[in-house]
Design a protein around this ligand. Structure first.
Ligand code: NAP
Length: 234
């Protein structure tokens, strides 16, 4: 199995100047993004470790509202050792969780908010924020970005103004599709699980028009359970 130190090394960032959007997904070998409705069942030990390593490097962990509703995101928190790693590099103790939701169909009583160790951010449209931001006042900050659609480039600019330039996006497929469509993705980390599951599950990027974005293969890690960890950079 790769050690934690080897994962930090294999996924090291080359400087923190400028915004970098890094995606992290797990997929079955036949391309399914879920098994039994969530991604967790596809993953393995190294995949879970890698997720923690990538979170430790991030200023923001970005997710779509569909992923929050399907997976639950209560209590996103890096551990004590990782907090030390962050402090030694001048980062805040914890990354901030940002949830993209056009319609604000989120529950302020959801654990994603009530268990948060750092106040989350909800990224939405100006219209939805004007209508509904008050519901979240006690649990999250609402960031309006775009008139009727969420403007993802404006969102990244707003993050950068807060000093949040390393963005780890954990999905889901519709948010990935939208980021790809706007050509805002710098890096894709894909865990290929040694499973063929068939079924009707979607792919890791969906919902946007076809686009041919070329990436370079920047790294390959394997583990004893047959998982392959691919790192692509733009
Ligand atoms: N295998 C993996 O690594 C992985 C990772 C993540 C998720 N998943 C799976 O993916 C499934 C969820 O898929 P999904 O595509 O629905 O997830 P998603 O992209 O997280 O959520 C879609 C929702 O997020 C909001 N959203 C996303 N992009 C937006 C944009 N550009 N502008 C405005 N709002 C935007 C919208 O929320 P509102 O409806 O609130 O407006 C939209 O309905 C779940 O089954 C989950 O388990 C798998």
């Amino acid at each position: 199995m790769p050690t934690r130190a080897e994962l930090f090394d294999a996924y090291a960032l080359h400087g923190r100047d400028g915004t970098c959007v890094r995606m992290n997904f797990v997929s079955s070998a036949d391309g399914a993004v879920t098994l039994g409705g969530t991604s967790g069942a596809l993953g393995g030990e190294t995949d879970r470790e890698l997720m923690q390593v990538l979170r430790t490097m991030a200023d923001v962990v970005l997710v779509g509202a569909g992923t929050v509703r399907a997976e639950g995101y209560g209590g996103l928190k890096v551990g004590a050792v990782d907090v030390e790693w962050r402090r030694s590099r001048g980062l805040d103790d914890q990354p901030v969780l940002a949830v993209v939701s056009g319609g604000l169909h989120l529950d302020p009583a959801d654990e994603v908010f009530t268990e948060a160790v750092r106040r989350p951010v909800i990224v939405t449209t100006d219209a939805a924020a004007a209508r509904d931001a008050g519901r979240f006042e006690s649990v999250a900050s609402v960031l309006p970005c775009g008139d009727s659609d969420v403007d993802l480039a404006a969102m990244l600019d707003a993050f950068a103004r807060r000093g949040w330039t390393q963005v780890l996006c954990e999905g889901g497929p519709h948010l990935f599709g939208a980021l790809l469509e706007s050509d805002l993705v710098d890096e894709v980390c894909v865990t290929l699980a040694p499973r063929f599951v068939g079924g009707e599950a979607g792919r890791i990027a969906q919902g946007a028009p076809e686009a041919d974005r070329r990436f370079a293969l920047a790294g390959v890690v394997t583990d004893d359970e047959g998982f392959v960890f691919l790192r692509y950079t733009r």
